[in-house]
Design a protein around this ligand. Structure first.
Ligand SMILES: Cc1cc2nc3c(=O)[nH]c(=O)nc-3n(C[C@H](O)[C@H](O)[C@H](O)COP(=O)(O)OP(=O)(O)OC[C@H]3O[C@@H](n4cnc5c(N)ncnc54)[C@H](O)[C@@H]3O)c2cc1C
Length: 431
């Protein structure tokens, strides 16, 4: 009984730890330090490539609820985070070196784990494999993946627009309706010329994340950062993503520009800003996008970003068990599955570990309940219709619950934790 785990990042370490604790022999492949990525700086496992926070620990936030579920699942990442915790309000911030040392030492000293420091270029498809090579998967292995799945299902660059919580949007400052009256899937935030002027000028002044060498890409014209479009001239936005085209008959003469919000979930609790992919710093995104009148008090459940990101169209190629449809000996985990962020990447690693274990003991594979954040996220990435864009854990993915609005989140969170605890117990996941 042996499993190959490829990549000792956040997802790979969780998968390896779960399997090894189940008594299964793991070969954990990591190419660093022999070959490194553009963002990693060390040879440590579970390295945090950028920010040193794993986000909120409050169960009424998406990332916080997911972390609680991970804790129930005996997550190594959560153990390491608690071990290396540094004070940062309600956020789980860590000392990144202590964090990675804890993970590395735990896995190196585990009797069931063999560490192999090499770049994996292809898989032995007859063995059981978990691929967790992350957003910066090496080029050779990416090329192999393209042969394994269809070329068009492996995406390389990622431009993410922010997502806001619908409950924080001022719906009195706009109207529902699609362009040319094709349904009412969009909420149109309206702006007068004065409001647009202010927004435009602040957008031009706003601080951007510096572009690293490896990110110097020629963006597709249809996927330009919003601030780059703005730089081309005062009116480019109103003839682009902020155009009132096809909606004019709905709006009064004083409306100069609109911002469309699109439902990200069936219930419409999470809304994305259409065409607002951006490289502004997180702080500046909040400041500038709140100048859009209907977003004055917006709560952002995801902020925009643009960085190299190798990810699958999991909705086309993966089963909800994280197995590759074409070859069930290969499971995927981490950011490469189309989830976004440290916690989501780690959590899918645990789930891939669980299903590799189930395969080896000849039991049915498991799908976590959709009422849990982990289950909702996996359901989203494996069943989303159309094109999949990376998604992080947001409350809008969870099924609705009957309760007064102000209690909904708390009740959803408690339901999720109860269902996760039952899922773990009923399937002997930790025993
Ligand atoms: C530049 C950048 C900044 C980010 N910043 C943040 C942030 O601040 N906050 C946040 O929540 N998320 C951030 N993310 C997103 C994401 O959460 C992290 O990338 C996270 O580390 C993903 O976890 P993972 O396990 O999927 O991949 P990783 O943690 O990257 O792990 C993948 C591992 O696989 C190894 N590997 C790759 N190819 C091979 C191969 N062929 N053979 C052997 N080993 C291989 C890599 O060396 C790496 O150790 C960022 C992503 C990028 C690219």
């Amino acid at each position: 009984m042996k499993v190959n785990v490829i990549g000792a990042g956040l997802a790979g370490v969780e998968a390896a730890y779960f399997l090894a604790n189940k008594g299964i022999k793991v070969r954990l492949f990591e190419m660093r330090p022999i070959k490194t990525t553009e963002a990693h700086h060390t040879d440590k496992f579970g390295e945090l490539v950028c920010s040193n926070t794993l986000g909120s620990f409050e169960i009424t936030t998406g990332a916080g609820l997911l972390k609680k579920e991970m804790e129930l699942l005996n997550s190594l990442v959560i153990k390491a985070a608690k071990h290396s915790y540094v004070k940062a309000g309600s956020a789980l911030a860590v000392d990144r070196n202590i964090f990675s040392d804890f993970i590395t030492n735990t896995l190196i000293s585990h009797p069931n784990i063999e560490i192999i420091r090499e770049e994996v270029e292809c898989l032995n498809e007859n063995e059981l494999n978990i691929v967790a090579t992350g957003p910066l998967t090496s080029e050779k292995f990416s090329n192999y993946l393209k042969t394994l799945i269809k070329d068009e299902y492996l995406y390389f660059y990622d431009a993410i627009a922010p997502i806001v919580e619908a409950s924080s949007v001022d719906f009195s400052k706009g109207f529902w309706g699609s362009r040319y009256d094709k349904g009412d899937d969009y909420f149109n935030c309206t702006m007068t010329k004065e409001e647009y002027d202010l927004f435009y000028n602040e957008l031009l002044k706003a601080e951007k994340v510096p572009t690293k060498d490896f990110e110097r890409v020629v963006h597709f014209e249809g996927c330009l950062p919003i601030e780059e479009i703005a730089q081309r001239g005062y009116e480019t936005l109103v003839f682009g993503p902020m155009s009132p085209k096809g909606l004019k008959h709905h709006i009064s003469k004083d409306v100069y520009a609109i911002v469309q919000l699109r439902k990200e979930t069936k219930e419409g609790e999470a809304l994305s800003l259409v065409g607002f992919q951006t490289k502004l710093t997180y702080k500046e995104q909040v400041r500038v996008f709140r100048l859009i009148p209907c977003l004055r008090n917006a709560v952002f459940s995801r902020l925009g970003s643009m960085h190299r990101n190798t990810f699958l169209q999991s909705n086309k190629v993966l089963k909800p068990t994280l197995e590759l449809k074409e070859n069930p000996n290969i499971l995927f985990a981490g950011q490469i599955t189309g989830v976004e962020g440290y916690s989501a990447s780690s959590a899918t690693g645990i789930m891939a570990g669980i299903n590799a274990w189930r395969k080896l003991i000849g039991k049915d594979l498991l799908i976590p309940p959709k009422t849990t954040m982990l289950g909702a996220l996996i359901n989203y990435i494996t069943s989303k219709e159309g094109e999949l864009q990376p998604m992080n854990p947001v409350f809008g993915l969870l099924p609705d619950i009957e309760a007064p609005k102000k209690y909904k989140k708390l009740l959803k969170a408690h339901r999720a934790l109860f269902d996760m605890a039952r899922f773990i117990e009923e399937n002997n996941i930790l025993t």
